[in-house]
Design a binder for this molecule. Structure first.
Ligand SMILES: Nc1ncnc2c1ncn2[C@@H]1O[C@H](COP(=O)(O)OP(=O)(O)O)[C@@H](O)[C@H]1O
Ligand SMILES: [Mg+2]
Length: 338
């Protein structure tokens, strides 16, 4: 007989991941990969492996540590945060199951109480922690700590406990948050230049990760016991121009969607201009592309909305203006209808 849980459709996936129930969850590897790839470009080496890891670990009914402890390394603006968001988006249907903590806000000792709550007798003790309370409510979460090199050392003690035995005790209530059903992702831009050099020198994948770990330990970026708790360490690559152009196109399509427009075509010259503008404000990475695309095209898209157009193409007119026209496909579709 078919195991009632052995169903990989999205509805079942969401139901299982949204319930408190401990159960085997079968993740559809190909579908998850494809969905992440619609959002994250140029990091295929990470996508393939991370999806496999999540699938294998979620298929276990019980664990005595988190589903996965993952470290994303690499230069800023290369898709580390975006990858975590895309994973949460696929697994849980939306990003509300992702708890994201920006570690630059945890540079002092108060970071610890924000995460696990205030001790009994202090103001706010009944509120619980910003990490522990949501996990107590539903333990299936993707927990993201961004730019962890900026965190206060006391917060690292929490990482050790979370990643080691998958438990965190909330101060105040004394309740124990179960992290054995959560995925924990830490990201860091630290030492990326040195790491890039190691990647050039050491070609074997295992030896490379080992050399990177040694470097991070020796330069005291991370304590050795933290490094030892990661199931995987992935290094994000700098993004070549053609990938940045693809991302600019993804961002333009997403912007059009926000205006309820379907973007069918965009002049490649306009994408090249977006890249050029991006290189001017940021050394590399795609961080500024969203803002740039927004400032280039928002007005034209609003105009299209006002003109009642649904499907658009973006062009540059002879006098240098950005113009938006009703797209050919839409024209064809409407002429086919008449
Ligand atoms: N590889 C990528 N694929 C798609 N979008 C990306 C990629 N890298 C960066 N971006 C875009 O650039 C912005 C910053 O990316 P982010 O993931 O926050 O970078 P970081 O590596 O610093 O965490 C986001 O809007 C994101 O969508
Ligand atoms: Mg980030």
């Amino acid at each position: 007989m078919k195991n009632p849980l052995d169903i990989t459709d999205r509805e079942t996936l969401f139901r299982l991941l949204n319930s408190q129930q401990k159960a085997t969850v079968f993740v559809d590897e190909i579908e998850m990969q494809q969905e992440i790839l619609t959002r994250v470009r140029g990091q295929d080496h990470v996508v393939e492996d991370v999806v496999k890891l999540v699938r294998q670990q979620y298929a276990k009914v019980t664990r005595n540590r988190p589903v996965a402890n993952i470290l994303f390394l690499g230069p800023t603006g290369t898709g580390k945060t975006e990858m975590a968001k895309a994973m949460a988006g696929y697994l849980y249907g939306d990003e509300s199951h992702m708890l994201r903590f920006d570690c630059s806000e945890f540079s002092g000792p108060e970071g610890k109480t924000r995460l696990i709550g205030t001790p009994t007798g202090y103001v706010g003790a009944d509120k619980g922690g910003q990490l522990t309370r949501p996990v107590l409510n539903n333990p299936k979460k993707l927990i993201l700590f961004d730019e962890i090199e900026k965190a206060f050392s006391g917060v690292f003690d929490l990482f050790l406990s979370m990643m080691g035995d998958g438990r965190l005790t909330e101060q105040g209530s004394g309740r124990v948050a179960d992290l054995t059903q959560s995925i924990i992702i830490l990201t860091s831009n630290a030492e990326y230049e040195a790491i890039a050099k190691i990647q050039e020198q050491v070609t074997d994948a295992y030896e490379q990760i080992d050399a990177i770990k040694k470097h991070l330990r020796d330069c005291k970026t991370f304590r050795p016991e933290i490094l030892g708790r990661f199931d995987r360490i992935y290094v994000f690559k700098p993004l070549p121009q053609e990938v940045l152009a693809e991302i600019a196109a993804i961002k333009t399509i997403a912007l059009a969607k926000q205006f309820d427009l379907q973007l069918d075509w965009v002049d490649p010259q306009l994408m090249a201009e977006a890249l050029l503008a991006s290189f001017k404000v940021a050394e590399f990475g795609a961080r500024e592309l969203e803002r740039i695309v927004d400032s280039m095209f928002a007005e034209a898209m609003i105009q299209a909305r006002q003109d009642g157009v649904k499907c658009i193409a973006l062009d540059r007119s002879a006098d240098g203006q950005i113009v938006v026209r009703a797209s050919e496909t839409a024209a064809l579709a409407s002429s086919a209808m008449t």
